[in-house]
Design a protein around this ligand. Structure first.
Ligand code: GAR
Length: 211
């Protein structure tokens, strides 16, 4: 199985990072998590990265940079310096600048806790509950310059129950995220994909992650 160097960008607890690292260790996700970048010093994901044996675990403080573009440029330089071909956003809560997205076209992947295009943005779980939907879920997608608007790689649906709170619904969604994210990364490596219009077509050899 081929390996592929990825950078994971995080801001929070890091449960998605954890399941990716566990899948890699179990031989179920043929990627090489070479670099983890957090924009938060207290992100639990930093400890998870250390515990998971990631070689390069870096906190960059946005306040040390005059603007978003320069912060993103520092992240992009680190990603290039470490030879990472792909960037996996795992609970990274900063909006990426156009500069950053254009520097890695179709090479940034995100997981979002809703069935896009419904409920983009930072409050997806709350927004889905407030709207009164009876099902929600998670989406793995490529990142483009539209917030949560890139081509969809995979989705998984969960029911919304009458007595759900933000936390109970998010916990149900996260269970699905933890299966979907490693499985989708694996599929990207093993099957490859192409994009027709904005639709991802799997099993297209010329877009394989390992080429
Ligand atoms: C995940 O539920 C992910 O979908 C969400 O943040 C959580 C991170 O959890 N991402 C977004 O809302 C991005 N807009 P984790 O830190 O435990 O992986």
């Amino acid at each position: 199985m081929n390996s592929k160097a990825i950078a994971v960008m995080v801001s929070g607890h890091g449960t998605n990072l954890k399941v990716i690292l566990e899948a890699v260790a179990a031989g179920a996700c043929p990627v090489d998590v070479r670099l983890v970048i957090s924009d938060k010093a207290d992100a639990g994901a930093l400890q998870i990265a250390h515990d998971g044996g990631v070689a390069h675990v870096i906190h960059l403080n946005p306040k040390d940079y005059p603007d978003r573009a320069l912060f993103d440029a520092a992240c992009a330089d680190l990603i290039d310096q470490h030879g990472c071909q792909w960037i996996v956003l795992a609970g990274y809560m900063r909006i990426l600048s156009s500069f950053f997205v254009r520097r890695f076209p179709r090479r940034i992947i995100n997981i979002h806790p809703a069935i896009l295009p419904a409920f983009p943005g930072a409050k997806a779980v709350e927004d889905a509950l407030a709207y009164g939907v009876k099902a929600s879920g998670c989406t793995v997608h490529l990142v483009d310059e539209v917030l949560d608007g890139g081509s969809i790689l995979a989705q998984s649906i969960v029911p919304v129950l009458d007595d759900d709170t933000r936390d109970s619904l998010h916990a149900r969604i996260q269970k699905e995220e933890h299966k979907l994210y490693p499985a989708t990364l694996r599929r990207m490596v093993e099957d490859g994909f192409s994009i027709v219009g904005r639709t991802v077509i799997w099993n297209a050899n010329h877009s394989r992650l390992d080429q």
